[in-house]
Ligand binder design. Structure first.
Ligand code: NAD
Length: 489
């Protein structure tokens, strides 16, 4: 593959020169030391998008870490808070022109519909950068009086070299969500995008220098889990970050201990935690999978509950950590709700299509491994729950799957307990508030939940009782300020 995306796609006509067969190190695209590489297919039709994308080896990782350390101790160390903010604002301005092309590029390998770009993606990234631009001068620290003869000052200092190991499903947003708090607080960052979706991240790299960040402050190393493992166990990496939530990020990047940030599956998160512990005890922030419940009480606005819970499982074809994959409905309205929900899921199949066509609302799964994993879970689930909608492939080319609904799963059914990461939900009926709280909390996950009711007292009670990072009231799977018509992430 040449340095530019093959013109057959006709989508990426940006002035940004992208080298897919190189990594982005110290302010320039660089050839890898490694001879290992991978290629990427478009999940809509299995055509080749890019090949010879390097798998960074230990030499590449050492070079990137050394450049990051030099940047951290170099001019970047002397940037004032307002100079750091100015870089953020320039980056926002640059993205105004460039982001759409970058996200189109990523759509080619993620299958994320380009229809998401003008609303959700763009606003999410822009709001994130603007938010953190305002944090550069807010690291106040603390003061303790001299009651023992010593004044004590607590200062928040940057850690140094941080690493972001990203999942495949929303690569560019993940990039900025991790870069923003890291840079606002004076750190430097090496991003390791997923081997399924590195193109947008490679394209983003040079924008940081254009915005005024010195070379080496943000770098992009391509590779698979082996590259991630090298970074997670590197003795001079201070943090690995695998996360997305703003408040947690800010905490993570501003303390004195060493740390790593990772977003992805539970299984990989455990490996990263071990690698960090066995190397330099760097701190690790983990943002992992979900099995988010949507709980619909009999006084809820049923149409609103259907809209949110259907969008909550179908956005990005269910490849969203906060996907509303468990639906609990109170018995008195269960027949009506299930009828409307299943109809909406069936109807949604007509909105599935070419992700590079702005008319498509939903695209394919990202690659054959993801598709086969989801299909295998559906097959096994048929013995443990009642399949009422979907379950089949759409068409004979591309990784398109029907929106799929199971009813009344067995209490230990895999489809009910485990994250599917596809357009597959399960519905269960409940009688009482106590019962549904117990059901919702009987999970290894606790990322997101939604409660649908008109009773404000019950809503407030449930928001405490549900063991979940976020509880939406009359909404679900919503992670940030988004336009009204967008529904969920
Ligand atoms: P994954 O765990 O397979 O991979 C994530 C990243 O880890 C990739 O960059 C991969 O190369 C890297 N990796 C793999 N093995 C590694 C190792 N041994 N050491 C270091 N790095 C390694 O996840 P995925 O399939 O890309 O993403 C889907 C998962 O991510 C789902 O579980 C989803 O719920 C989760 N996710 C969570 C959030 C959140 O904020 N909670 C957001 C998005 C995705």
């Amino acid at each position: 593959m040449s340095d530019r995306l093959d013109s057959q796609y006709g989508l990426f006509d940006s002035p940004i020169p992208i080298s897919f067969n190189k990594m982005y190190i110290n302010g320039a695209y660089a050839v890898s030391n490694s001879s290992d590489s991978f290629s990427l297919l478009n999940p809509k039709d299995n055509t080749l998008v890019a090949d010879q994308i390097p798998i960074a080896d230990h030499v590449d990782v050492d070079i990137a870490v050394a450049a990051a350390e030099a940047a951290f101790k170099g001019p970047w160390a002397n940037f004032s808070a307002s100079e750091r903010s100015a870089c953020f604002y320039r980056l926002v301005d640059l993205l105004e022109n460039e982001l759409s092309d970058i996200l189109h590029l990523d759509s080619l390998t993620t299958g994320n519909p380009v229809s998401l770009i003008p609303t959700r993606e763009r606003n999410y990234i822009r709001n994130c950068l603007l938010y953190y631009a305002g944090w550069t001068d807010k690291q106040r620290g603390d003061y303790f009086p001299d009651d023992d003869g010593f004044v004590k000052l607590v200062r928040h200092e940057p850690l140094g070299v941080c690493v972001a190991i990203n999942p495949y499903n929303s690569p560019v947003a993940s990039f900025f969500i991790k870069a923003a708090p890291c840079l606002a607080t004076g750190n430097v960052l090496i991003v390791k995008p997923s081997e399924k979706s590195p193109l947008g991240s490679l394209a983003v790299g040079p924008l940081f220098e254009k915005a005024g960040f010195p070379p080496g402050v943000v770098q992009v190393l391509t590779g698979d889990g082996s590259t991630g493992a090298r970074l997670a166990s590197h003795m001079r990496v201070r943090k690995v970050r695998f996360t997305r939530h703003f408040s947690k990020s800010m905490k993570g990047y501003t303390n004195q201990t060493q740390k790593v940030s990772f977003t992805g599956s539970v299984a990989t998160g455990k490996k990263i935690q071990v690698a960090a512990a066995q190397s330099n005890l760097k701190r690790v922030t983990l943002e992992l999978g979900g099995k988010s419940p949507a709980i619909i009480f009999d006084d809820a606005n049923i149409e609103n509950a259907v809209t949110w819970s259907v969008n909550g499982i179908l956005a990005r074809t269910g490849q969203v950590c906060v996907a509303a994959s468990r639906v609990y409905v109170q018995r008195a309205i269960s027949s009506r709700f299930i009828e409307l929900y299943c109809t909406a899921m069936r109807d949604a199949a007509k909105d599935i299509g070419d992700p590079q066509d702005a008319k498509s609302k939903f695209g394919p799964l990202a690659d054959s491994a993801s598709y086969e994993k989801v299909q295998a879970m559906i097959t096994r689930a048929k013995n443990e729950a009642e399949l009422v909608v979907g379950g089949h492939r759409i068409g004979d080319k591309g990784l398109f799957l029907e929106p799929t609904v199971f009813l009344n799963p067995k209490s230990e059914a895999e489809i009910y307990k485990q994250e599917v990461f596809g357009p597959v939900s399960v519905i269960k009926t409940f009688d009482t508030e106590e019962e549904v709280v117990e059901l919702a909390n009987d999970s290894e996950y606790g990322l997101m939940a939604g409660v649908f009711t008109r009773d404000i007292n019950r809503a407030m009670r449930l928001s405490t009782a549900i063991e979940s990072g976020v509880v939406g009231i009359n909404c679900v799977s919503m992670v940030s300020q988004i336009p009204k018509d967008c529904g969920s992430c």
